[in-house]
Every structure is written in C-alpha cells, then in structure tokens.
Design a protein around this ligand. Structure first.
Ligand SMILES: [Zn+2]
Ligand SMILES: [Zn+2]
Length: 405
C-alpha cells in the first residue's frame, strides 16, 4: 500500500470536456461489465463480442478475429489537413486470479480477474472511438484503434503486427496508456526513452548424482551446485552491467530434494531477467549460460537450460512523448501532475508496436487510498478510481486532435 499520495480529492477535472465528462457513466458501465466477465489471453471472446457490438452500434468500421480475438477499428476524420494515421492501443485480457473484492461488479468468472486494469483500457478505447466518431470534423487523417489480446502472456501485440494491423493504411505513430496504481489519481507518468523493461526468463535443471546424505563423496550434490549458481548469477548485475544501467536477475523458483538424509540428484530453478538498454539483447542469455556451465563443470554436474526472450523494453519516441506530455499538462491542472519519474522494471508487449513505429506509452495515475483503491496491480483486491477513465479518453482525444491536425 502506498501512503504518501496527495489527496486526490484536490484534483480538478474541469479541464475534461463536458462531452467527455458526460460519457463517464457509460465508461463506468462498460468497464464494470467487462470487469464482471474477465477472460484470459486469446480467450477474450465475450470481450471482443462486446467491443464489436458497440462499434457496430456506432457505425464504426472494424475488423474482428485478428490474432484470434483482436479487433481494429478505423475512424476517418473530416477536417482538411495532413493525412496522418495514428494508432491507439488497448489490451483486453485478464489474469488467473480469484478476485477478493466485494463489489457489485466483481468477477463472475471463477479464478479469473481483471487485476491489471485492462477492463479500464478497453472502456477508455471504446469511449475514445465513440467520441471520435461523433467529432470527425475535429481531426484530419485516420485513427486506428487496436484492441489487443493476451498482453499478460504469451503476447498478442506481435501476432497482431504480423497480421498487418499497422499496414493499409500505414500507421505513422502509436500511443497507449496503462491505468497505474503506482501513481495517484491526477498524475500522469510520461517520459522519452525507456519506460518499461525487457522481459526474459529461463529454466535450468542441474543434473548431479544422488546418494546417501552421509556419503557425499559418492555423489554430485545438485543442491550445492544450484546454490553456487544462484549466488553467482547475482554477480552479472553487480559486476558485468554498467552501474549507470539498470537490470535485474531474479531466481524465483528453486526445487530440489526429498529427504534430509538423501542427496538430491536433480535441482530445478526458474528465473526472470529485466533491463532497459536494448543493447543487452542476448547478453544475459550468454552470461547466464557461461556461469551455469562453468559451475556445473567445476562440480562434475551437467545441466539443461532453456531461455526465452519474451518482450523487448518499452522505448518511447522523444517527439511522441512530448506530444503526450504537452497534452497531459493541458488536462491536469495540479502542479507537478505530469511526472517523468515513472520507470518500472515491469514489462509490456506494447514494446513490439514501438519497435515498428514511433510512439509513446504512458501511465495514468488511478490509485485513491481514501477510497481504498490503492492495491498493487495483480493483487486479488486490485481496483482503481474510475475517474481516471474520462481522463484517459481526454488525453487520447487531445493527442488525436494535435497529431492529426
Ligand atoms: Zn499486468
Ligand atoms: Zn497490464
């Protein structure tokens, strides 16, 4: 729980347009409906049906079933101006978590919960689509709204790009937001460059030789080998990474042994690696294998290592970050409401879109401890202050009007 927040009640929302403020009851209704029917990655069937139903009701052209459950809506402005194409991305998936909130709109799906706020992202994207369709005279060019599956894994961004969502018409830039309980309501986190980390993971099996706990000389103790490896892996960040860069190597699982007087023949570990600097692509994989191979060799053990590069780092384009920052400052009146101190070692597959076209991913503060809405993301009691929904729509709309001018 974060307790150092300013009181969000002091946040003034008068900068949010009346027409967007009047959308707020619908934004809440859509978000709560989605919250009640959370679906895991690539299974967002009800979610996609609801999104498609709404887009159809509003007469918005869209394609469905992209990368299984994804949707792309296209809205063309009527204003005369440059014909730019801006994409707005929202993720739709939930998590395998049993919700502990006792709210009327709690999850109706056992063991599945919108514990990251993607229900809010989908509602914000719907509200943005609705507003843009009603106000086509206010922007030139084209807006593509991308409803993406499976952000929490295995990742829906890459297959959507492979399915051509950034082509025909070709997208010039992309923006996206995350409702963020690490920031209080009324703050927006936006920065140029690295915002979120690359995500890699590994699984290693140490193969020793089992035996009697009292006769270690007849064995190769996989637990002793694994312990050396866990310690040595920490030296990658401490001794190989430039201290100016940030990186994490975490061993999250270590399983070995069956009994106190039996030497374990096998030890298994899994871990995750995070970093911002794209130059580290491939580096951790190589260094982790060197350490594991070297230690195993010195103890007479062998190993089996699997390594996955999951998401690259989220890197914002400087001019797109400036667009979002300038727009957010118009929306947030609070002094210091827009902050660049918002980097996190969490990952996001928005990074795949940002590798293809310049763009900006940003955080919209959504925590409100006064309403007990400040639990961290992925917590079974996660929830957010829904006032942030209208704020998200307002920022998206102003970005469209400025970019597609
Ligand atoms: Zn998440
Ligand atoms: Zn998320």
């Amino acid at each position: 729980m974060v307790s150092t927040f300013p009181n969000p009640a002091s946040v003034d929302f008068s900068r949010i347009r009346l027409s967007i403020r009047s959308l707020q009851p619908q934004l809440i209704e859509w978000r709560r409906r989605l919250h009640q029917q959370p679906e895991l990655g690539f299974q967002e069937k009800l979610t996609a049906e609801f999104v498609s139903y709404k887009l159809q009701e509003w007469g918005i052209e869209h394609q469905t079933n992209i990368a299984q459950t994804g949707i792309v809506a296209t809205i063309k402005g009527n204003k005369l101006g440059t014909e730019k194409v801006l994409a707005i991305r929202a993720d739709m998936d939930a998590l395998p978590i049993q919700e502990l909130n006792e709210v009327p709109y709690r999850s109706q799906h056992d063991g599945v919960m919108h514990a990251c706020g993607h229900d809010g992202h989908t509602a914000i994207a719907l509200g943005t689509a609705y507003y843009l369709q009603q106000h086509r005279q206010d922007f030139a060019g084209i807006v593509k709204i991308i409803f993406q599956p499976a952000e929490e894994g295995p990742g829906g961004a890459k297959p959507m790009i492979e399915a051509g969502v950034l082509k025909n018409p070709d997208v010039d830039a992309i923006i996206g937001l995350h409702l963020w309980n690490n920031l209080p309501l009324g703050k927006v986190g936006v920065r140029a460059g690295a915002l979120m980390a690359a995500v890699e993971s590994f699984q290693c099996t140490i193969l020793g030789k089992g035996g009697h706990g009292a006769m270690p000389h007849q064995t190769v103790d996989s637990i002793v080998v694994a312990a050396q490896i866990v310690n040595a892996l920490q030296t990658i960040v401490a001794r190989n990474v430039n201290p100016i860069d940030s990186a994490v190597v975490t061993v999250g699982e270590l399983h070995a042994g069956t009994k106190c007087n039996v030497i374990a023949d096998i030890a298994k570990m899994t871990g995750t690696v995070r970093y911002f600097n794209p130059a580290f692509d491939g580096f951790f994989k190589q260094r982790i294998e060197q350490i594991i191979a070297g230690i195993c060799q010195s103890y007479g053990a062998s190993y089996d290592l699997e390594y996955w590069s999951l998401y690259p780092p989220v890197i914002n384009d400087a001019s797109m970050a400036e667009l979002v920052r300038s727009v957010a400052e118009e929306v947030i009146e609070t002094p210091m409401g827009v902050v660049p101190e918002c980097q996190t070692m969490g990952g996001e597959d928005m990074s795949f879109f940002l590798q293809e076209v310049p763009g900006c991913y940003f955080f919209v503060g959504a925590a409100n401890p006064d309403k007990d809405l400040a639990y961290p993301h992925h917590h079974p009691r996660f929830d957010f202050d829904e006032t942030a929904l209208a704020m998200g729509v307002e920022i998206f709309i102003r970005c469209v009007e400025k970019f597609c001018a």
